[in-house]
Design a protein around this ligand. Structure first.
Ligand code: HEC
Ligand SMILES: [Cu+2]
Length: 352
């Protein structure tokens, strides 16, 4: 290789390293700007499992970062110092046989580093996976569906969708939430980065995870396992509520659907079309399980697993043609007349 080529290789390497460092720093600096809802920054943990994972990531990043710097400094040093010079032309460099000491060193040191990384990781996995469930824990069964989340609170008798409510956990008096993860169809993955690591929802193989958030607020997440066309619009919102707010929410969710005489026409449309075969509304004949429970639809801020805000126009558009909001969604366009559509939307809006 000519001198010219070598120095351009060095420049190329230096530029690549610089760019890599720059992009790493941008990711680091781009924390959640707007305080609510919280973003999905893995370096801003708000719950014990997420914190253990973030600490472990920093340890791994520091160790691998040091290795990266040492290797690159040695590499750049050798490339520059031992580059081919004009006076060396045609001469072979000195032929040296390896050094047993150096070879031992670069075998043993990496083994020690890998052992340290292995032990640190095993410790975190054990602490998270084998954590005992305390008596005061809230239990939630999470069922992944193409492309939405069902949340059931077996002890509280609540069924809801897409927006999980859990209590904040005071470290002095912990009230963690333990999730049992199931799937109705294919493989999904529950991931709210600031609260816990991701865990898959596998058909016929219940998994378990937990979180004990120490801050209130909305935490965002996402299905993290490709599960079909609308996997990208299978979003998660976790509302971490103070004890009082959580109790109020629980009481409201436990009640049957509000019966509003003004929405009787819409209710009739709902019950005389296939809606009621796919959706449940507690206290009525509708007990379908294929789609989200609509008993307290209006208590949710979003519809269709975070694909749209829960507004009048979006609800109407959704019921008219779900694929306008979420192409590939498993709810069919029901082809209602405009009168029926308006009536059923009014009915939906009474489900507080
Ligand atoms: C074949 C079953 C099926 C039928 C029939 C059906 N839906 Fe749905 N519906 C679904 C599924 C599945 C979803 C979730 C879609 C998603 O988020 O990907 C859904 C979502 C919804 C949502 C949003 C709920 C939320 O919290 O995100 C509303 C509102 C809704 N349906 C209303 C209706 C109405 C009104 C009718 C009748 C005119 C109806 N649906 C008919 C399956 C159905
Ligand atoms: Cu999914």
């Amino acid at each position: 290789m000519s001198i010219l080529k070598k120095s351009s290789t060095v420049r190329f390497l230096a530029q690549t390293i610089f760019l890599l460092l720059c992009s790493a720093m941008t990711v680091w600096a781009s924390g959640p700007k707007d305080p609510s809802p919280h973003g999905t920054n893995i370096f801003a943990p708000a719950s014990t499992p997420a914190k253990s994972i973030a600490d472990l990531s920093v340890l791994v990043l520091v160790i691998t970062g040091i290795i990266f710097v040492v290797v690159f400094v040695l590499l750049v040093y050798s490339v520059v110092k031992f580059r081919g010079r004009a006076k060396d032309a045609g001469r072979e460099p000195a032929q040296v046989y390896g050094s047993t000491q150096i070879e031992l060193a670069w075998t043993i040191i990496p083994i020690l580093i890998v052992v340290v990384l292995f032990l640190a990781t095993a410790r975190v996995i054990h602490a998270i996976q084998d954590a005992p469930e305390p008596a005061g824990a809230v239990q939630v069964t999470v069922i992944g569906h193409q492309y939405w989340w069902e949340f059931r609170y077996p002890k509280l008798g609540i069924v809801t969708a897409n927006e999980l409510h859990i209590p904040v956990s005071d470290p002095g008096h912990p009230t963690p939430t333990f999730l049992q993860l199931l799937s109705a169809d294919t493989d999904h993955s529950f991931w709210v980065p600031e609260l816990a690591g991701k865990t898959d929802l596998i058909p016929n193989h219940p998994n378990r995870m937990w979180m004990d958030p120490q801050r209130t607020g909305i935490f965002l997440g996402q299905c993290a396992q490709y599960c079909g066309t609308q996997h990208a619009k299978m979003l998660l919102r976790v509302s971490v509520d103070g004890p009082q707010d959580f109790a109020v929410w629980v009481r409201a969710q436990q009640g049957p659907a509000v019966e509003d005489a003004g929405a009787i026409a819409g209710r009739r449309v709902f019950e005389s079309n296939a809606c009621m075969n796919c959706h449940a509304v507690a206290g009525t004949a509708a007990d379908g399980r294929f789609g989200p429970d609509l008993t307290h639809l209006m208590s949710r801020v979003t519809i269709a697993a975070g694909a749209a805000k829960n507004t009048h126009d979006n609800l109407r558009l959704w019921i008219q043609d779900p694929s306008a909001i979420k192409p590939g969604s498993l709810m069919p366009a029901m082809k209602l007349s405009d009168t029926d559509l308006d009536a059923v939307v009014s009915y939906m809006e009474t489900l507080r």
